[in-house]
Design a protein around this ligand. Structure first.
Ligand code: BES
Ligand code: MN
Ligand code: MN
Length: 462
């Protein structure tokens, strides 16, 4: 295993520069303005895979952004690892809150990253983590240590719901046949507390529009006599949670998988400091569903959150007006037992039900996704655990994450393959936020751990 760290040491600077180059292209999938950049990024990923030594790489066109597919088949009798990642990134705004340009990557030191971290949109989610796989593959090729077959499937629509990938997976079952899917798009608890993500929450996402009068009105002439859609919307939203911070939508908790006392006790063993958590976020107190810990609230319990709310006058000074319309974007994170389509329907029915006659309601559902839980007693998890232990000198703890990667449940459903979520980011890396960054330590730890996963997985499978 010495050759791994020696190879990384020797190529460190180039590994960093190549990632920085990738981060300079603003591959924002949500905004059509960046279409050429998203396409350009897919080409770069393909080229880098070819340079790293794959036999074959292609750009698979879809209705949306292309999927980069590549493979290196050394022996059909050996296991095959399918790597999934995404080359698209979230929009960078609000731009004014970045301390350096979102697409001008720079290395800066932080408290949690004393060795430095790369600041740029996509550095952690997911270009930096995806690129670890390309470099780990290069390393195995150049040190003659690739122990099994590899396939790469890198998409450009993860941040907007992976719509095209869904069709691609259904139409390419044979091509994607493999023994395990390996993904680095999640995190670890801390740089000295390795962990493996064993669950992801699902998602249901809706946009609501509340209409009162047919035009904006003078709030003096009409105020008090007609429904103000902003007042109504905020009252309706407030009623979606009760005093125990439980969601009030009838049927919302039906079938929610309940963890046993033993499972909860096991979960509680994962290191977590509530004080550090509050301090990091400048909070005097946390908030959430009664009867559950913070770790449980953000992993095994479902949520409902307003992601954005707008309407009326928000400009300078005071304008006295009753707006005609008010809007909100609402996400519900789901856990095993909950189906996104059913939850969306329950939300729509309930929201229309509680609306007073004085307003009209329009609801537009957005992309959603199923939750995912992975086993901890199969070869994939064991190999990941051994690989992390080799690299960190500590056995990783299994942790269920609150985030969502909806396509993972679909992989299981369509391909019947389990995914291993071997991520290396930190929750504090500010993914989706201004000043997103990825630790240099984390980047190289990933490149070091991935070849070890391949080795252990292949050995276990023999
Ligand atoms: N990589 C994240 C998800 C993630 C991050 C899971 C950290 C666990 C730990 C992914 O790119 C993402 O942002 N997913 C979205 C859902 C998607 C449908 C836009 C999310 O979780 O909001
Ligand atoms: Mn991601
Ligand atoms: Mn993301």
């Amino acid at each position: 295993m010495e050759n791994i760290t020696a190879y990384i040491e020797q190529h460190k600077d180039r590994f960093l520069e190549e990632l920085m180059d990738l981060l300079r292209v603003p591959s924002i999938s949500a905004d059509p303005k960046y279409k050429d950049d998203v396409l350009k990024t897919s080409e770069i990923v393909k080229t880098r895979l070819l340079e790293a030594g794959v036999d074959h790489a292609e750009i698979c066109e879809t209705q949306g952004y292309p999927i980069v597919y590549a493979e290196k088949m050394i022996d059909p009798s050996l296991p095959t690892v399918l790597v999934y990642g995404h080359y698209d990134v979230q929009p960078a705004d609000p731009l004014e809150l970045w301390t350096s340009g979102p697409f001008e990557p720079v290395i800066k030191k932080t408290d949690l990253h004393p060795e430095g971290a790369i600041f740029a949109r996509g550095s952690c989610d997911d270009k930096g983590q995806m690129y670890m796989h390309v470099k780990a593959f290069e390393l195995m090729m150049n040190t003659d240590t690739l122990p099994c077959n590899v396939k790469f499937m890198i998409e450009g629509e993860e941040e907007v719901g992976s719509e095209s990938l869904e069709g691609f997976v259904k139409e390419n079952r044979e091509k994607l046949a493999s023994d395990v899917i390996l993904i680095s798009d999640t995190g670890i608890l801390a740089n000295d507390i390795p962990s493996i993500t064993t669950g992801l929450r699902g998602l249901s996402y809706v946009e609501v529009e509340v209409t009162g009068p047919n035009r904006d009105l003078h709030s003096g002439l009409y105020g008090g006599a007609v429904a103000n859609p902003i007042n109504i919307l905020t009252q309706m939203i407030a009623s979606l949670q009760d005093e125990q911070n439980r969601i009030t939508i009838p049927g919302f908790y039906d079938n929610v998988e309940v963890l046993s006392t033993e499972e909860r006790a096991e979960m509680a063993k994962a290191p977590f400091s509530l004080d550090a958590y509050k301090t990091a976020l400048d909070l005097s107190d946390v908030h959430g569903e009664e009867g559950y810990t913070t770790m449980e609230r953000n992993s095994i319990r479902p949520t409902l959150d307003v992601n954005g709310i707008w309407g009326g006058y928000t400009g300078e000074g005071a304008k006295t007006v009753i707006a005609s319309k008010a809007y909100a974007k609402i996400s519900m994170r789901l856990v095993p037992g909950q189906d996104p389509d059913k939850i969306t329907k329950l939300f729509c029915d309930h929201f229309k039900n509680i609306a007073p006659k004085s307003v009209k309601i329009k609801i537009t559902p957005h992309h959603g996704g199923m939750p995912y839980v992975s086993p901890t007693d199969d070869y994939g998890y064991k190999a990941a655990s051994m690989a992390m232990e080799d690299s960190f000198g500590k056995k990783p703890v299994p942790v269920r994450s609150g985030g969502s990667i909806p396509i993972v449940a679909l992989f299981e459903q369509e391909l019947k393959i389990k995914s291993i979520l071997l991520g290396f980011g930190l929750d504090s890396d500010a993914i989706h936020s201004p000043d997103e960054h990825y630790g240099i330590f984390n980047y190289f730890k990933g490149i070091e751990t991935i070849p070890r996963f391949y080795k252990h997985f292949t050995d276990l499978k023999k």
